[in-house]
Design a protein around this ligand. Structure first.
Ligand code: DGY
Length: 372
């Protein structure tokens, strides 16, 4: 039974092409689906029965764009509790064909066992999938999708905001007002770091890192350095004035270090005391990736002792960060509660892509953005 609106891609050559064209496919999906839906309607006409598949949506607040797409062809069940209760999820997932994973709760063997062997398609509504037991999903050969790319610009905008807020001491400055310490009679009061002429170092330089670099090019920066496993294409390097360097060189030369890599066993805790000791004393650390990439106790010491100048964090460990966490007592750290992709449009786009992923998985076709 064919369900998806996308053509079948059987040959590996086509699959490679799809990888290259993924951002374009995402845009096409976004353009076609909400306004028109004709492709989906034609695929629906091709199905024998109206609702051949049952799909669980694991969160009550999934944007309507995703739900509207899925409900054209699928019977939907949705977790209603908020925060979503594991017990409700485990009960409602029984016997479903597809899952739209709407939060960051552990997607593991417990969930897959509860669903049953008929489960054939899952998509998260996130770029990062560190909360997924990927090996377990792969072992069961269940296609898994996620939603990179569509959140790049929203996260990049936020990263630039954090970089400036930390470098220019927004948090400390606001505290001065709150505590009646507006001491502008000092000539060198609250002096911060310039973005102009600075070296920006990216740990991880995929779509989000590159979107940040693109934005910062408008701030007259000196150079972009990046540390990744593989060199990016020469044209993008040239466009962004970017150079691949080893981790130690990145740390030593960067005025702003931006963490934009996935959390993996290799990146977990890599920003530790040893790393901070290699950074400039004037350096600002920005993390928009995952909290666990940073050893937070070591970061606390580095900030408290002014071993580095400041940090801007959209991600921390754990999340939520308890309000009595010692980092929150520091002046030189700006902390946000993981809101990188939190714009109405971005979240709606993420839901659209995730729904397409689920539908394509159900149809036995390659997902728009497969996670493996
Ligand atoms: C992601 O999608 O991974 C972002 O961190 C937002 O959750």
């Amino acid at each position: 039974m064919r369900l998806s609106c996308w053509p079948s891609l059987s040959s590996s050559r086509m699959a490679v092409k799809l990888n290259l064209l993924l951002p374009l496919f995402c845009c096409v999906a976004l353009l076609v689906t909400p306004n028109d839906g004709s492709l989906l309607r034609s695929s629906r006409n091709r199905t024998m029965s109206a609702k051949p598949f049952k799909v669980l949506i694991t969160h009550p607040e999934v944007p309507q764009s995703g739900i509207d797409l899925l409900k054209e062809n699928c019977e939907l069940v949705q977790v209603q509790s908020l925060p979503p209760s594991r017990a409700e999820l485990l009960q409602k997932i029984k016997g479903v064909d597809g899952v739209f994973w709407g939060g960051h709760d552990a997607l593991n063997a417990e969930v897959l066992d509860a669903a049953g062997p008929q489960l054939k398609s899952i998509s998260t509504m996130s770029a990062g999938i560190d909360y997924v037991d990927l090996e377990e999903v792969k072992r069961r050969k269940i296609p898994l999708g996620h939603t990179p790319t569509v959140l790049n610009t929203a996260v990049a905008d936020l990263a630039v905001g954090l970089l400036i807020a930390a470098g220019r001491r927004f948090h400390e400055a606001r505290r001065k007002i709150d505590t009646d310490n507006w001491e502008n009679y000092h000539l060198n009061w609250l002096l911060g770091q310039d973005v102009r002429d600075s070296v920006i170092g990216f740990f991880g330089f995929g779509g989000i890192g590159q979107a940040i670099a693109k934005r910062l090019s408008g701030f007259d920066i000196d150079q972009v350095l990046y540390t990744t496993r593989r060199r990016i294409d020469r044209e993008t390097e040239k466009e962004l004035n970017a150079k691949k360097v080893e981790f130690d060189e990145l740390l030593a030369k960067s005025d702003f270090v931006v963490i934009a890599s996935p959390l993996t066993p290799a990146t977990q805790g890599i920003f530790n005391a040893t790393a901070f000791n290699k950074m400039k004393k004037t350096a600002v650390l920005v993390n928009i990736a995952r909290g666990k990439i940073v050893n937070q106790d070591d970061l606390y010491e580095a900030l408290k002792s002014n071993r580095i100048f400041a940090a801007g964090l959209d991600v921390v460990d754990p999340e939520p960060l308890p309000p009595n966490n010692k980092l929150l007592a520091l002046d030189n750290v700006v902390i946000l509660p993981h809101i990188g992709s939190a714009t109405t449009r971005t979240r709606s786009d993420m839901a659209t892509i995730a729904a397409h992923n689920v539908l394509r998985g159900l149809a036995g076709e390659r997902m728009l953005s497969p996670a493996y």
